[in-house]
Ligand binder design. Structure first.
Ligand code: 4AD
Ligand code: MG
Length: 478
C-alpha cells in the first residue's frame, strides 16, 4: 500500500478506506481496552487519531509507543466521534520504526519555553509551534519566487564569497584558507593575501545588490534570494549574523516605482499566507493570545490574523525622514524624555523611533524616504538638496525596519565622488562603475530581510525562532 500524507487523509480520506500512514507519536492516551495515539507526519499541524484495540497488538509494541517514537500504521478510516476530526484510523497493523525513550526524549507533551527549545533546535521541529513556523516559512519562500516569476523578474544567483563590501559598513566575515597561526607575511609584515585561496582578501557577502545591479542593467528586472552574513555584534531579537535576504533590482524604476513595488510585494505575500496557511496561522494566533494573557491590555498586540488583514487592507504611509524627525520631536514621548536615543536631524533612527512612528503615531506601516546621505550607503541617488539621498526604509509594527532600499546613483561622476568621500575603493570597483560608463539608466532596488518578515507573519517575538539554526554572536551550535 502506498503511504498517504495525514494532511490529505484529514481533508479527503473516505471512511471505510484502507490507508497506510507514517509519522511521529505526539501523545498516547489509553484505557484498559483501547489506546488513542496522536500521530503527526509534518504535513499539517493536525494529528491523525490512531485507535488501537489493545487486544489486537503485542504488549511490548504498545509499551514502546511513546511521545517521539516513529510508527508505520495501516488500517481502516472511520468516522470520528470524539477527536474533533472527520476521520480516525482504526489500526490493523502497527510497525514501530524508531523508539524514543520517554526518560530521555526532551520534547514531552507539555509547554516548553522557547529558550529551552532553542537549546534543542535539532528537535524543535517536532512541536506544533515550530512545525507551523517552518511550514509558513516555506510557503513564503515559494510565494516570493511566484510573485517575481509572474512579474517577469529573473532569479539571479549572486556570489556568496566576494571581495567587495556592498554596504561599505565593514561588518564582514573573512574567508581564508591561510594558516591562522602562521600566515605568510609580506616584506612590510602584513598578511600576504596574494598567497590566499583567491589571491586577495575575500569575505562572505553582506548583500547581493552590487552584482544584482549588473544583472538588472541588462535583464531589466532581477531578484536575488540568498543568505547574507553580517559580523555585527548585535544581540537583539531582530538581528542574525546569517540571514536570508530578497533583493529585487529594477532598471528604469525611480524611487516612487520602487516604493510601489515594495508595498505590492509585501501585501501579496501576506495575502498568500492568509489564503494558504490558515491552519498554521490560526494555531499561532492562539499561541500569541495565550502568551499575552498576562500582559496589561494596552501592551497586547492585535490578533495575528487581524493584524495581517489590517496591513493588507491599508495604504502604507509615505513620508520623508525630515518629516519623521519633526513628528518625533513633537511627540509626548520625546518631550517627556522617554526616548533612550537622541532625535536630531542627521541621526540614524533607532528601533524605538521607528516603532513610535508605526505603532503609536500612524498605526500602520510607514515608508520613510530621503534620509541624510551621511547615514546611508555610497550607492544611493544623491538628491538636489546636496544633503539627502533617495533612500526608502519600510517600517513595520513590532519589527521596525523590514525593508531597506533606494534609487541608485546612475551618474558616474557623482558616484565616484561619493565613493572617494566615503573611502570606498574606486579602482577595485571598476566593474560596478562600468554600468555607469556604458548605457547607464535610472534604476532602483531594495532588500527584504526574510526572517524579519517571517517574524511579522508568524507573530513570533525572536528572530532566532524563525530560522532553523540561528547564527548569532557566540552561537553556532548545530
Ligand atoms: O538595509 P540593509 O542593510 O540593505 C541592504 O543590504 C541593501 N543592499 C538592500 C538593497 O537595496 N538591495 O538590509 C536590508 C534588510 C533590512 O531592512 C532588514 O530587514 C534585513 O535586511 N537585515 C537583517 N535581518 C536580520 N539580521 C540582520 N543582522 C539584518 N541586517 C539587515
Ligand atoms: Mg537598512
Amino acid at each position: 500500500m502506498e503511504r498517504q500524507k495525514i494532511k490529505n487523509i484529514l481533508l479527503n480520506g473516505e471512511t471505510g478506506k484502507q490507508v497506510l500512514v507514517k509519522g511521529w507519536v505526539r501523545t498516547k492516551r489509553g484505557s484498559k481496552n483501547v489506546n488513542f495515539i496522536a500521530l503527526n507526519d509534518g504535513s499539517t499541524i493536525h494529528n491523525l487519531q490512531v485507535v488501537a484495540d489493545v487486544n489486537n497488538f503485542d504488549e511490548t509494541i504498545l509499551k514502546e509507543i511513546n511521545t517521539g517514537a516513529s510508527l508505520s500504521v495501516a488500517g481502516k478510516l472511520e468516522e470520528s466521534a470524539g477527536s474533533g476530526q472527520r476521520v480516525e484510523l482504526i489500526a490493523e497493523t502497527i510497525e514501530l520504526l524508531g523508539k524514543a525513550d520517554p526518560e530521555k526524549f526532551p520534547i514531552q507533551p507539555k509547554k516548553h519555553s522557547l529558550e529551552f527549545l532553542r537549546e534543542n533546535a535539532h528537535l524543535r521541529f517536532r512541536t506544533n509551534t515550530f512545525g507551523a513556523v517552518f511550514r509558513i516559512r516555506h510557503a513564503m519562500a515559494f510565494a516570493i519566487h511566484n510573485y517575481f516569476n509572474e512579474k517577469g523578474f529573473y532569479y539571479l544567483h549572486t556570489p556568496i564569497v566576494t571581495a567587495s563590501d556592498a554596504e561599505g559598513a565593514g561588518q564582514m566575515f573573512r574567508v581564508s584558507t591561510l594558516d591562522a597561526k602562521n600566515p605568510p607575511l609580506t616584506k612590510e609584515g602584513e598578511i600576504d593575501y596574494s598567497q590566499d585561496f583567491f589571491g586577495r582578501p575575500t569575505n562572505l557577502t553582506v548583500s547581493g545588490q552590487l552584482e544584482g545591479e549588473l544583472g538588472a542593467l541588462a535583464l531589466g528586472e532581477i531578484y536575488t534570494f540568498g543568505p547574507t552574513f553580517r559580523a555585527e555584534n548585535s544581540n537583539t531579537t531582530r538581528h542574525l549574523a546569517e540571514f536570508w535576504m530578497i533583493e529585487p533590482e529594477m532598471a528604469f524604476y525611480d524611487l516612487k516605482d520602487n516604493m510601489d513595488l515594495a508595498e505590492d510585494f509585501l501585501k501579496s505575500l501576506i495575502k498568500y499566507a492568509l489564503d494558504n496557511c490558515s491552519d498554521d496561522l490560526q494555531f499561532l494566533a492562539g499561541r500569541l493570545k495565550e502568551e499575552e494573557k498576562n500582559k496589561p491590555q494596552e501592551q497586547r498586540s492585535m490578533d495575528l490574523i487581524e493584524k495581517l488583514e489590517f496591513v493588507l487592507n491599508n495604504d502604507f504611509v509615505r513620508i520623508t525622514y525630515t518629516e519623521a524627525i519633526d513628528i518625533l520631536k513633537n511627540s509626548k514621548t520625546y518631550k517627556k524624555k522617554k526616548f533612550q536615543f537622541p532625535v536630531d536631524w542627521g541621526v540614524d533612527l533607532q528601533s524605538e523611533h521607528e516603532r513610535y512612528l508605526v505603532e503609536k503615531h500612524f498605526k500602520r506601516p510607514v515608508i520613510l524616504t530621503d534620509y541624510p546621505k551621511d547615514i546611508k550607503a555610497f550607492y544611493m541617488k544623491q538628491n538636489n538638496d546636496g544633503k539627502t539621498v533617495g533612500a526608502m526604509d519600510v517600517l513595520f509594527p513590532q519589527i521596525g525596519e523590514i525593508i531597506g532600499g533606494s534609487q541608485r546613483e546612475e551618474n558616474l561622476e557623482k558616484l565616484e565622488n561619493r565613493m572617494r568621500e566615503m573611502n570606498i575603493p574606486v579602482e577595485e570597483m571598476w566593474w560596478y562603475l562600468d554600468t555607469r560608463r556604458f548605457g547607464s539608466v535610472v534604476h532602483s532596488g531594495f532588500g527584504l530581510g526574510f526572517e524579519r518578515f517571517i517574524l511579522f507573519v508568524t507573530g513570533m517575538g525572536n528572530i532566532r525562532d524563525v530560522i532553523a539554526f540561528p547564527r548569532t554572536p557566540k552561537n553556532a551550535e548545530f
